[in-house]
Design a protein around this ligand. Sequence first.
Ligand SMILES: CC(C)(COP(=O)(O)OP(=O)(O)OC[C@H]1O[C@@H](n2cnc3c(N)ncnc32)[C@H](O)[C@@H]1OP(=O)(O)O)[C@@H](O)C(=O)NCCC(=O)NCCS
Length: 134
Amino acid sequence: MFSVINLSFKTLTERYNPSLFNYFYENFPEGFWVCEKNHKIVGFIVGVKTNSEIARILILAVLKEYRRQGIGNILLKNFLREVAIENIKHVELEVETKNKSAIEFYMENGFEIIDILIKFYQNGKDAYAMRLII
Ligand SMILES: CC(C)(COP(=O)(O)OP(=O)(O)OC[C@H]1O[C@@H](n2cnc3c(N)ncnc32)[C@H](O)[C@@H]1OP(=O)(O)O)[C@@H](O)C(=O)NCCC(=O)NCCS
């Protein structure tokens, strides 16, 4: 868990309370995946089930030097496979409007922008709400 927390500090602008990672893992382990390469955690995804039909991706991050190698895709595919087993119909997430690589990544994976959320983040930045219908 320490490696995941460390990776989140390195790759994300938002700061998450480290205890949240344990909380999410204990509540919905099916939504928590890590990718390891050469004994090193290089990416992870954390998602939750918000009700019987909707899941939400909270964090997805891959270390900079390991990007564009398909790791994000593998993490997302594992997550989507698990939520499909749970009969989830929609997967939702928010992404900063200026985060072009993540928006591109999610659109390539079938997500669409459904809303813009003004000053969504702690730092006052806006977000897009995105959704995938499974
Ligand atoms: C978004 C993120 C997780 C993608 O991870 P990744 O391992 O690089 O993604 P993949 O290699 O699986 O990319 C899959 C496809 O997404 C698209 N994509 C990914 N990064 C892209 C970029 N920088 N620009 C354009 N398209 C991109 C491409 O279509 C790519 O396929 P291709 O490489 O064959 O062209 C990664 O950029 C990241 O960690 N960003 C910082 C954290 C973040 O913003 N997380 C999302 C918000 S929570």
